[in-house]
Design a protein around this ligand. Structure first.
Ligand code: GRF
Length: 204
């Protein structure tokens, strides 16, 4: 691994997690550089913000490249071209095929707005409210072949309070997302990051 890690961030929308990751790297809190922000959606708000922060951007439109595997092959090619060590999915709204998972096995993180394994999939915050849980939260995990499933790296919990709406709960969770995602990336580049079955940890 090079002295400073090379991180590629995949987004589909506003990109607030991408911004928190880039800021943490640019502040020097994480020993890595954001070398690419890639989106499957050309109008993704985060692309403009990434460019403003001086990060190279790319668009690989899933609508234009069919089938799914061909699109993913192109995404992988662009990531490899930028010599990315770690891929961070940050609101990247695509189900991944084994092709992409295999290309970045144990080198791809995702953030999900629930305490996994509870409430995988879409609208996790709404699922949590509907279920009546008292604690919600977010999870950073390694990506495997199943959706929102791989080994857990970090989690943060937040309370659900009376009168919470999907918006208020999402905002409370998002604040924690912005804290734990950079921390998980820092752990990855710590040099003692290990994955053993379902267990991801930093050796003492
Ligand atoms: C976040 O809630 C993240 O957990 C989920 O998608 C949302 C993306 O938000 N995977 P943003 O684009 O990072 O602001």
């Amino acid at each position: 691994m090079p002295e400073r890690g090379r991180v590629g961030i995949l987004i589909s929308g506003r990109g607030s997690n991408m911004i928190s990751l880039v800021e943490a790297m640019q502040r020097g809190d994480v020993p890595a550089d954001p070398v690419l922000v890639l989106s499957n959606v050309p109008s993704a708000q985060g692309l403009e913000r990434a460019a403003e922060m001086g990060v190279p951007t790319a668009v690989v439109e899933h609508r234009r490249i069919k089938p799914r595997e061909a699109h993913e092959r192109e995404v992988v090619r662009v990531l490899q071209q930028h010599r990315v060590d770690l891929v961070c999915l940050a609101g990247y709204m695509r189900l991944l095929s084994p092709l992409m998972v295999e290309a970045f096995r144990n080198r791809m993180l995702n953030i999900h707005p629930s305490l996994l394994p509870a409430f995988p999939g879409l609208h996790a915050q709404r699922q949590a409210l509907d279920h009546g849980v008292k604690l919600a939260g977010c999870t950073v995990h390694l990506v495997d072949e199943q959706c929102d499933h791989g080994p857990i790296v970090l989690q943060a919990a937040v309370p659900v309070v009376a009168g919470d709406t999907e918006e208020s709960l999402s905002a409370r969770i998002l604040e924690q997302e912005h804290a734990i995602y950079p921390e998980a990336v820092r752990m990855f580049f710590d040099g003692k990051f290990r994955v053993d079955g379902r267990h991801a940890s930093v050796e003492a």
